[in-house]
Write a protein that binds this ligand. Structure first.
Ligand code: JFZ
Length: 442
């Protein structure tokens, strides 16, 4: 059914994907790193020896903690082992093409010396600008930087969840100015950043600011042409978030894939998107206990391939400790992923949805702008025969192992457009990639 379009003042400003160079680059990243770091890394998921059940970066919201005690953690923030260059090396070694870094999480503590609040790293024993160190180090490694920014700010006296009284509205007007000032400050201080990753934008107070947020987004884009902003920044005038009242994506990519991956290509509706993922179930900031299932390297590699096969980027979260060092478990995972990427990265970078029917053995990706198809194989069937169903009028010219191009395969045609690719070895401990060089049949 064709739905009637309504006129919106503050809905989406574009139908379809962006096609400029900055966005093309973003689309080709394939794999990224997320870093959640802030004062919450000091308690690390526990307070006075008691484990907090929620996400470690939310510990301030725990009833058992006096807010003023948490808010004084800035006086203990002295990460002696913080080494932005070491972080960036870990990211490069893993194969990350971009990093999203928490400049300010919900607790309001700023990792840069913001002029607009005292609650910053400047008023900690550490003193130095963490955001600058991170941006410089990642720039140097050739990894693009996106700044995470929480609009919700638990520390700011003018933050409100809703605007119920005149007093609330007056306070929130100040808060809006503060938010704008901080965002312009970030873009001005760190001109190399490629985008902003917004969070804490779900409360009624902010959802009601359609006009303000729209203007601010326009202002930021003008200040930094090419800036990439996801769908989690602003709502339209009817309070619709991510997708406006006409169902059109707001912002440059869909930001709703948080710890979940689309089940099928239809679920992404032709939009750009990225999936942000934690190593345990739901812990972004450092949690010393890390309970429950911890994802393995193979699981994370599979998620990367799955995202890329549906045109998305996969972003793996790291939660450095209070002293600034990255925990050993995360270093190990970064190494495992990186070792795999070194051999198989061709199937991940600058790749997109291949247009092939999904098969049980794994994921198809396609090198953008070419006829090169990659089969990222995770589940080898007992028959050791991998099914391929090509789109109509496709010829498979050559099939070979990416890791060893000497190992070629002769696809057996089962029926029109359907083939079996017979593997020689059935036992594999790591996912592997088979390249299909294809052509269009006349
Ligand atoms: C938010 C934060 O509250 C959390 O601490 C972390 O920073 C994460 C990346 O983002 O949590 C969310 C935000 C959005 C959804 C779920 C959790 N969502 O849209 O489903």
């Amino acid at each position: 059914a064709v739905k009637e379009q309504i006129t919106l003042l503050h809905g989406s400003h574009r139908v379809g994907k962006r096609s400029d160079a900055a966005m093309e680059k973003w689309r080709g990243y394939g794999l990224g790193q997320f870093i959640h770091w802030g004062l919450y890394a000091i308690p690390g998921g526990a307070w006075n020896g008691k484990q907090y059940n929620g996400a470690a970066e939310w510990i301030r919201s725990w009833n058992g903690i006096p807010k003023s005690t948490y808010d004084s953690l800035n006086y203990s923030f002295n990460p002696t082992a913080f080494d932005a260059k070491a972080w960036a090396k870990t990211a490069r070694q893993m194969g990350a093409k971009y990093v999203t870094f928490t400049t300010k999480h919900h607790d309001g503590f700023c990792l840069w010396p913001s002029k607009y609040t005292k609650y910053t790293v400047k008023n900690s024993p550490y003193k130095k600008d963490i955001v600058k160190a991170v941006v410089d180090a990642y720039d140097q490694e050739g990894i693009d930087v996106i700044l995470y920014f929480s609009v919700m700010d638990w520390n700011h006296p003018d933050w409100r969840y809703d605007l119920k009284t005149k007093e609330d509205s007056i306070a929130f007007e100040r808060f809006k100015k503060f938010t704008r000032n901080q965002l312009i400050e970030l873009l001005t201080n760190y001109p190399t950043v490629k985008g902003l990753w917004f969070d804490g934008t779900w409360d009624k107070s902010w959802v009601k600011q359609a006009a303000f947020a729209d203007e601010l987004e326009t202002e930021m884009r003008k200040l930094r042409p090419g800036l990439i902003i996801g769908s989690r920044f602003r709502a339209d005038e009817n309070g619709k978030r991510h997708f406006d009242s006409n169902g059109v994506l707001m912002g440059d990519y869909e930001q709703g894939w948080e710890r979940k991956i689309p089940a099928k290509i239809e679920d992404v509706h032709g939009n750009d998107w990225d999936c942000v993922m934690t190593v345990p179930e739901n812990q972004w900031g450092y949690n010393a206990a890390w309970n429950g299932h911890i994802k393995t390297g193979n699981e994370l590699i599979e998620m990367t391939a799955r995202c890329v096969s549906m045109g998305g980027n996969f972003v793996l979260n790291f939660g450095p400790k209070g002293d600034g060092s990255i925990r050993q478990e995360e270093i190990k995972l970064a190494t495992e992923i990186g070792d795999w990427m070194k051999i198989n990265q061709e199937a991940i970078y600058n790749c997109e949805y291949a247009g092939y029917e999904k098969q049980d053995w794994g994921y198809f990706t396609k090198k953008s702008g070419t006829d090169k198809i990659y089969m990222v194989v995770f589940n080898v069937p007992v028959s050791a025969a991998l099914r391929i169903k090509t789109p109509p009028k496709t010829i498979i010219k050559k099939a070979y192992l990416l890791a060893d191009t000497q190992e070629v395969f002769s696809p057996e045609e089962i029926s029109g457009d359907e083939y079996f690719l017979h593997l020689k070895k059935r036992e594999q401990s790591k996912p592997f990639v088979i390249v299909l060089e294809t052509a269009k049949a006349e």
